[in-house]
Design a protein around this ligand. Structure first.
Ligand code: AMP
Length: 308
């Protein structure tokens, strides 16, 4: 089993969906990634930063799941990163109402000593220079570096983003972000252009329409499981990434064939994430529920056609 390092936000979120509204609750890219990856019972560590206002019980919740939190810096007189968003009626698009960087504005990540030789590195959504700094601290070259990002960083730090993208193996972004990054409408063309920027594997997330994995001329598509209830899509992308990276760390196999399974695992875990507000569903998720849903996924996509 490989070790996994996760860098990303540990945050407060305030969310509004057509089904309700929350005050500040636990959120952040690294939180969702960590909770997803913890399903694989790995040695995983989160590198992040929070303020003195961040409840200790939230940190305990992560460490109880075997996540090493020694790389989460606590700035006692600082405020935790805050994000607020409101979803449209179709739940596939949202408006960001607030992004308050707070302690994140001066964040110098420190990878715990024990994790500098981790085989899998998950660079969650954060300033690309912070992602770069974590990559630079690794003493042995990880077998797989996965990067997730969003339009916010394309708008605010595009040059830096290009520099880090050059050095990674897998990028996970959503369809709109892939279009923004390349200026191409076709996702096939966009994926090719992104591969030319560095990453050999490109995962394009399409919300309720599933995810595409590109590598050279190969494409794999995983639908999203049709769900009766979608309550809050926040964190689905990060949960997908955590499931993907966690599965690779667990299986220690970075082949395209195995990445297909990683995409299925990521999609399965993301399908749980959206069923409740924030991290609620992921916190209570049991292994047998995941297993059952993986079987549903298989049934959804399996067919026997005879071609002559
Ligand atoms: P997702 O729904 O997967 O795109 O991720 C939502 C999570 O990303 C929320 O929990 C936020 O705290 C976090 N987030 C939102 N904006 C940013 C940002 N600019 N940088 C890092 N994390 C962010």
């Amino acid at each position: 089993m490989s070790k996994l390092v996760i860098v990303g936000t540990v945050a407060f979120d305030a969310i509004e969906t057509p089904f309700g509204k929350t005050d500040k609750i636990l959120g952040g890219a690294a939180t969702f990634i960590g909770l997803a990856a913890s399903q694989f019972k790995l040695d995983a560590a989160i590198v992040s930063i929070v303020g003195g206002d961040f409840p200790k019980e939230y940190l305990n919740l992560l460490s109880k799941r075997n996540i090493d939190i020694s790389g989460i810096e606590v700035v006692e007189n600082g405020k935790t990163f805050f994000w607020s968003g409101k979803y449209h009626n179709d739940m596939n698009s949202r408006d960001t109402l607030a992004t308050e960087l707070n302690v994140l504005a001066d964040f110098n990540p420190v990878v715990p000593e024990d994790y500098k030789d981790a085989e899998v590195l998950m660079l969650g959504n954060l300033h690309p220079m912070v992602q770069m700094s974590v990559l630079d601290q690794m003493e042995t070259k990880p077998k797989l570096v996965v990067l997730d990002t969003m339009n916010f960083w394309m708008d605010n730090a595009l040059e830096d983003l290009h520099r880090v993208i050059k050095r990674i193996d897998v990028i996970t972004i959503n369809d709109e972000e892939a279009r923004q990054l390349t200026g191409e409408y076709s996702l096939v063309v966009a994926a090719r252009k992104i591969q030319e920027m560095g990453p050999k594997y490109v995962v394009i997330k399409k919300g309720e329409h599933g995810a595409l994995l590109f590598h050279n001329d190969n494409v794999f598509y995983a639908p999203a499981l049709p769900l009766e209830e979608v309550f809050d899509p926040t964190g689905a992308g990060d949960t997908f990434a955590g499931g993907f990276a966690g599965y690779i760390a667990r299986t220690e196999d970075t082949s395209f064939e195995n990445m297909k399974n990683a995409v299925i695992y990521g999609s399965t875990l993301a399908s749980f994430c959206v069923e409740k507000f924030g991290t609620q569903r992921m916190i209570n998720l049991k292994a047998d529920e995941v297993h059952k849903r993986l079987q549903q996924f298989k049934n959804l996509t399996q067919f026997e056609i005879v071609l002559d």
